[in-house]
Design a protein. Structure first.
Length: 277
């Protein structure tokens, strides 16, 4: 198993470190520029068996039963994209990483092409995310329900952690057109999303992560919050990124995980929330 912690685990471990007495100024941008918006990085502990139940055979629970939620505003197609990413700590082929359960975004254009090319679990959602002075709020709405929220305040600036790698696991798969269970036109493959990041600026937040019940985004029931671990505003430095096919999963064993809610990887039934238990 790789001993290198993912960026998300490194940020969670950094939360306990003291804030700087003399904090450097944050990145400066022209008025109205969105390129340097920090990401809202949240981490909480859930139950290990809850994570294991969501992972297809071949992908294993990570070192800690952590859920990582990221809210962002980043330019895609040269315009703002507000989004949310929900990952869980998970390892594949001896590498520490994170399994991506869902990516809700407010741009329809990027949804289907991302699913087709990379298996990226995207779907449309409304994301409210802003900072006013030292106050920070984030909220994600899908199918009329707000399912994850954060309200908090900046309490200081922390020293940036060392540059580190991030491994994320997506699933690319196309089931057979004749609806035969366990048969595929393109069998399930793990997509390895490798990134290397630095940190331009890191600010510690004190506040509350709130999970709300939603049939369409069942994070509150399938990944209940047992302990809040960390909350940061993180300004990244993008150093490297690649997306590759990492390996094929057993098609028959993957079959129960193939039916999902919309474009996410939440367990579903014919694209909707499960009705039959």
């Amino acid at each position: 198993m790789s001993a290198t912690p993912t960026l998300s685990r490194l940020l969670a471990e950094t939360y306990a470190e003291p804030c700087l007495d003399e904090a450097p100024a944050g990145p400066q941008s022209s008025p109205g520029e969105i390129i340097n918006w920090p990401m809202l990085k949240l981490c909480y502990r859930t139950d290990a068996d809850k994570i294991a139940a969501l992972l297809p055979p071949g992908i294993e629970p990570g070192k800690e039963p952590h859920v990582y939620v990221t809210l962002y505003n980043f330019p895609v197609h040269n315009e703002p994209e507000y989004g949310v990413v929900v990952n869980v700590a998970a390892d594949y082929d001896g590498q520490e990483g994170e399994y991506t359960l869902c990516i809700g975004i407010d741009q329809e254009a990027a949804v289907f092409i991302s699913q087709e090319r990379w298996g990226q679990p995207k779907y449309p959602a409304r994301i409210h995310y802003f900072r006013m002075l030292d106050h920070v709020e984030g909220r994600v709405v899908h199918q009329g329900h707000s399912f994850v929220e954060f309200r908090g305040d900046v309490v200081g600036t922390q020293a940036p952690p060392a540059d580190t790698d991030q491994n994320e696991w997506w699933i690319k798969s196309v089931r057979d057109v004749d609806l035969t269970p366990g048969k595929y036109d393109f069998p399930p493959h793990v997509v390895h999303v490798y990134s290397r990041y630095g940190t331009a600026h890191l600010q510690k937040l004190e506040g509350e992560i709130i999970l709300r019940p939603s049939e369409w985004d069942p994070i509150a029931t399938l990944l209940p919050l047992r302990e809040q671990v960390s909350a940061h505003l993180w300004t990244p430095v993008f150093l490297d990124r690649s997306i590759t096919l990492a390996g094929e999963l057993d098609g028959e064993k993957f079959a129960p995980y193939a039916d999902t809610i919309g474009g996410s990887r939440w367990p579903g039934e014919m694209g909707a929330p499960r009705r039959s238990g």
